[in-house]
Structures are given as C-alpha cells and as structure tokens.
Design a protein around this ligand. Structure first.
Ligand SMILES: Cc1cc2nc3c(=O)[nH]c(=O)nc-3n(C[C@H](O)[C@H](O)[C@H](O)COP(=O)(O)O)c2cc1C
Length: 208
C-alpha cells in the first residue's frame, strides 16, 4: 500500500468519466457498495451524478463522505450491483469503508450538492450532482488503471464498421443504431482523442 499525492497519480485524467465502486456507510453503520461513474475534474476534485432511489444516494446525502474504489474485477462490479458483497469484502477506514479487492481507493469529502430533475432518453429522474474533494489516496496494486468505457466503445464500433459490407440490410441498420448509442457513450465518458476517433468512425460510415 502506497499513499499517493492525488488522483492523477492513479492514472485518472481531467474530464474523463471512470466506472468505479463507491463504498458508503448505511445509517446502521454497515457498509454498502455500488458502481458509480466518477468524473475527474482535476487532481483533487471529482463530480458524480447520483440518482435518487439508491442507498448510495441516501448515504452520501447523510454522511457527506465516501470512498471511491478503482477495480477491473468483473465479480466485484456484479456483486456490488446486485447487493451480494459480504461484509468480509470491506476494509474499515478512518471515515468509512473501502473494498479489500480494490486496486486503489481514495476518500472524497462532499463540498457541494445540487438536486436536479433531469429528462433524458430513459425518462425523468431526480439526481444529486455531487462535487467532492479528494483525500487519503491509496494505491494497493502497482500501476492501477482506472476503468473508462470509451476505448471499449471505439473497438466495438470499429468491429461493426468492418462488418458493415458483409451483413444484410436489416442487420446493417441494427448495427448503425448500435454505433449511434456507442457514440453517445464515448462523447459522455471519453477524452478528446476518444471523441476524435469516434468522429472518424462516423465520417467513414457516411462514406459507405
Ligand atoms: C457501471 C455502472 C455505473 C453506474 N453509475 C451510476 C451513477 O453514476 N450514478 C448512479 O446513481 N447510479 C449508477 N449506477 C447504478 C447503481 O450502481 C445501482 O443503482 C445500484 O444498484 C445502487 O445500489 P445501492 O442501492 O446499494 O446504492 C451504475 C451502475 C453500473 C453497473
């Protein structure tokens, strides 16, 4: 375990959204874990969008502090989503819990909250836009890589692009819809190069 200076030293980059697992404390003191997207604002500040209806939403509203765990373990993501993580998977920290299986983790203290109603392609929802300052940055495994979805989207879109001439018209239209959705995600979570790469794919598609 190594104490790090900030979240850039964990491989995070300004403006990108990372898939992380947030650990929070329930009202009865027990730990809770759930996957949450975290936007890196700068080396010491993050922003998250918490949808009303989850324990994480309530716990962050109440405690104003939480831990962000970086991992690429598929089982940790699934178990924390379906609520199947036993108490043995958590590590007690000064102000809550981290995950024992995390590659790295940090504490974040809430500095600002804004509750908004948002309409998107999924409908209307209430969410809390949370700004938080980064504290206690800990690297557990050397050279942890935070999880960003943009590169996976680009690879998927490229695979669809290379197959476009081989498939039926019906399949082609389905693939174009998938590429549209991938483009939306890449523009939400990616950095400048990811967005540029996606633009090149869309341009190439138009020329087909
Ligand atoms: C990869 C991934 C990212 C997610 N990101 C968010 C997010 O940014 N904000 C949010 O409110 N929920 C997000 N969710 C959904 C929550 O993890 C999910 O609602 C969870 O069941 C909440 O658990 P809890 O009630 O224990 O807090 C995400 C889920 C996954 C799988």
């Amino acid at each position: 375990m190594v104490i790090m200076s900030d979240i850039y030293s964990l491989g995070m980059e300004r403006g990108l959204l990372y898939e992380t697992i947030l650990t929070t404390q329930n009202r009865d003191g027990t730990p809770n874990a759930a996957p949450v997207g975290v936007v890196c604002k700068n080396e010491n500040e993050i922003v998250l969008y918490l949808f009303k209806g989850s324990k994480t939403y309530l716990n962050v509203r109440r405690k104003k502090t939480f831990y962000v765990n970086l991992s690429k373990d598929p089982l940790l993501f699934v178990q924390s989503t379906i609520g199947d993580l036993g108490s043995g998977k958590f590590q007690k920290q000064n102000s809550g819990f981290s995950l024992k299986g995390a590659d790295s983790f940090f504490r974040a203290d809430v500095t600002h909250e804004r509750i908004v109603e948002r309409k998107d392609h999924l409908g209307t929802s209430t969410l809390n836009i949370v700004r938080a300052n980064v504290k206690e940055v800990v690297e557990v495994n050397q050279h942890p890589e935070p999880l960003n979805r943009a590169i996976y989207g680009i690879i998927e879109a490229l695979i669809y692009l290379t197959r476009i001439d081989m498939v039926s018209e019906d399949e082609k239209n389905k693939n174009l819809d998938k590429i549209d959705e991938i483009s939306r995600v890449v523009n939400k979570v990616g950095g400048e190069d990811h967005k540029k790469a996606m633009k090149m794919i869309l341009k190439e598609l138009k020329s087909k």
